[in-house]
Design a protein around this ligand. Structure first.
Ligand SMILES: Cc1cc2nc3c(=O)[nH]c(=O)nc-3n(C[C@H](O)[C@H](O)[C@H](O)COP(=O)(O)O)c2cc1C
Length: 166
């Protein structure tokens, strides 16, 4: 049965995610990065995470070659930053406050969490490349996360939190 990619994307959009900006340095030492919602935890021991990068991204060469990348998890007040880092062909870092982390990967000011990763493995995944990172350092605070659902950002959780029963 043929799968309609637009219908598939709409169905996948029911799976709400956070939003992150993954950063690294390119071969010339310039900061590079993009907005993603494909970030996910993989393993606690060893500490591994993953995200996937579209084959047509201008960031592809930089992430293929880098030793480290940083995953900057965005907060509810960082919608403008999310949109900026989802725009091709602009200087994404212009006016953005950051400092170099492990391997020089940019750590963005105000992120709700940051995972500094050694780039451990790459896997082909259709029109994307899956990157596995080994977390070497991390930090977080208790800020409201930016949430992505059904193709839109949700800047506030509207319902009170409900405890998970294990
Ligand atoms: C909420 C959101 C999530 C995204 N998730 C991903 C992703 O997981 N992987 C990806 O390659 N692109 C993702 N994108 C698209 C990239 O951010 C965008 O195509 C990219 O920044 C374009 O610039 P580039 O060619 O310089 O990479 C996402 C965009 C948005 C707005």
């Amino acid at each position: 049965m043929a799968i309609d990619p637009i219908a598939l994307r709409n169905a996948l959009g029911q799976y709400a995610t956070g939003v992150a900006i993954v950063t690294t340095l390119d071969g010339a030492g310039r900061p590079t990065g993009l907005t993603v919602n494909s970030f996910a935890s993989v393993s606690l021991d060893p500490p591994l995470v993953l995200w996937s990068l579209a084959a047509n991204s201008s960031c592809q060469a930089a992430f293929e070659a880098c030793s480290h990348f940083a995953v900057n998890v965005l907060t509810a007040d960082q919608v403008a930053l999310a949109n900026r880092f989802a725009t091709n062909g602009i200087d994404k870092f212009a006016g953005v406050a950051w400092m170099p982390g492990l391997g020089g990967a940019p750590l963005l000011a105000g992120a709700g969490a940051v995972f500094e990763c050694r780039s451990e493995a790459r896997h082909a995944g259709g029109d994307h490349t899956i990157f596995i990172g080994r977390v070497e350092r991390f930090a977080h605070d208790e800020a409201h996360p930016l949430i992505f659902h059904a193709g839109r950002y949700c800047a506030r959780a509207e319902l009170p939190p409900i405890a998970v029963k294990h």
